[in-house]
Design a protein around this ligand. Structure first.
Ligand SMILES: [Zn+2]
Length: 448
């Protein structure tokens, strides 16, 4: 956008395109084939005073968006803000998930003191905020003894510091034994006291592995979650093994327990490699269990399909379209940025959405997908208005020069305006040099 944002208390924002999924209540116009409604927004003292048909005449300063898109604040359901931006000192030469875990573990043991974690975590929040994210959930590594105390303290401090600008949530990330280990008792107390979620990792790489082991762990996890009134957010089947059907097991466990809390399953890559009867059954179970599936397209195209220096043969995403068609809630999220799991990334939900659309061939049903970065995650993260724009709600949104999805996703939209409470926040992306004091060249460790 090249127009300045008016500083007036009352602003008539004319001629914008808003996804109908991002509007609460009756839309003042019919959506086009991509689900975009052309309308005017009247903003008074930080509130959306009215939604009117495009071309309406009212008083107040007029800002003509000339067809530019308006999207509600983004919600990023799955990130790793504790491990972001360490790529300079913790690389992943093979580019695999196994390599990423090893490199990150070494980096954790060497460097993850409070000052280091806090600087990187806050840098990531600054990136997300400048791009228009209003709510974000991070997983927090709890593998190295003593680390959870450090990282959760940083999380609680930053959640407080950013209150009013961004909702910041957390889930604990523990290994595949979930919460079996007795020393996890203290961890569970900390999760509950921090208002976080029980997380963890499930997969089955070989048909020979006994699925009863995962079932028993899920039973204990859900019992614990119910006792402590906690929601659950798992890393599930992040691989390309057809045998990895633990998404179905999570869904079955939720149904078996009649679990009342919310369960998010991230990654779920392996279902794309399974025979149709297998994935169809899983999709039905996920729907019946009320799971939310979150796909991480940028990271899983980076990590999955690594074959010894060759070209990847698959994309690492779950069956997005089939899940959506069955009525499963599906979100797209950023996951890792500039760490051994993903060398790139900027917590920009436009980049994430564009990757999901391209990788999942979602362009033919774009009217159905804005919810994946707005309403679906926003309702879980408790973002105001559930990620919708409504009369009487806060004037929080992003305004783009792009008029449709082709223009929106073709470029990275560096000139987007982030509007909060009717004001242009004019937040800038932080300079990477800001991190030099914690991620210095002298810290570079080659883990080969
Ligand atoms: Zn993750």
């Amino acid at each position: 956008m090249t127009k300045p944002w008016p500083a007036n208390d009352r602003i008539h924002l004319a001629n914008v395109h808003v996804p109908i999924q991002g509007l609460a209540g009756d839309a003042p116009g019919r959506p086009d084939e991509d689900g975009l409604v052309r309308l005017d927004l009247v903003i008074e003292r930080g509130i959306v005073a009215d939604l009117l048909p495009a071309g309406s005449v009212t008083g107040g300063a007029v800002c003509d968006a000339d067809g530019g898109m308006v999207l509600p604040p983004f919600a990023d359901l799955h990130a790793h803000l504790d491990k972001g931006h360490i790529f300079r000192r913790a690389r992943n030469p093979e580019g695999t998930l196994v390599g990423a875990r090893a490199s990150t573990r070494t980096d954790t043991e060497r460097h993850w003191r409070e000052e280091d974690v806090e600087a990187r975590f806050e840098f990531a929040l600054e990136c997300a905020y400048a791009h228009g994210t209003g709510a974000i959930r991070t997983h927090i590594d709890c593998f190295v003894p003593g680390q959870a105390e450090i990282s959760f303290a940083v999380f609680r401090r930053l959640r407080e510091r950013w209150a009013g600008r961004m909702v910041v949530e957390a889930a604990a990330l523990v290994s595949t034994d979930l919460y079996d280990a007795p020393e996890n008792g203290a961890l569970i107390d900390m999760i509950a006291e921090s208002g976080a979620r029980l997380g963890g990792i499930t997969y089955r790489l070989d048909h020979g592995e006994d699925p009863a082991v995962v079932d028993a762990r899920l039973d204990r996890l859900l019992t614990l979650a119910r006792e402590r009134k906690l929601d659950v957010d798992l890393h599930v089947d992040e691989n390309g093994a057809p045998s990895s059907t633990t998404l179905a097991q999570v869904a079955e466990a939720v149904i078996r327990h009649g679990f009342e809390g919310h369960v998010v399953c991230g990654h779920c890559c392996s279902m794309s490699m399974q025979e149709e009867p297998v994935w169809r059954r899983t999709v039905g179970l996920a729907r019946d269990a009320g799971l939310t599936i979150v796909s991480l397209p940028l990271v899983n195209q980076f990590l999955q399909g690594r074959i010894d220096g060759g070209t990847p043969r698959w994309r690492g995403i779950p069956l997005l379209r089939e899940l959506k068609a069955a009525g499963v809630a599906v979100a797209l999220a950023s996951d890792n940025c500039r760490d051994p799991y993903h060398a790139f990334g900027d917590h920009d939900m436009i980049e994430v959405f564009g990757a999901g659309v391209r990788m999942g061939h979602l362009e033919a049903e774009l009217d159905r997908w804005p919810s994946s970065i707005t309403t679906v995650p926003a309702s879980l993260l408790g973002l105001a208005e559930g990620g919708r724009i409504r009369r009487g709600g806060p004037a929080d949104f992003q305004l783009f020069g792009a008029r449709d999805y082709s223009e929106l996703l073709a470029r990275r939209q560096p000139d987007r305006m982030v509007i909060r409470g009717g004001r242009h926040i004019d937040a800038r992306l932080p300079d990477y040099r800001k991190l030099d004091r914690v991620v210095a060249r002298s810290q570079i460790v080659h883990t080969q």
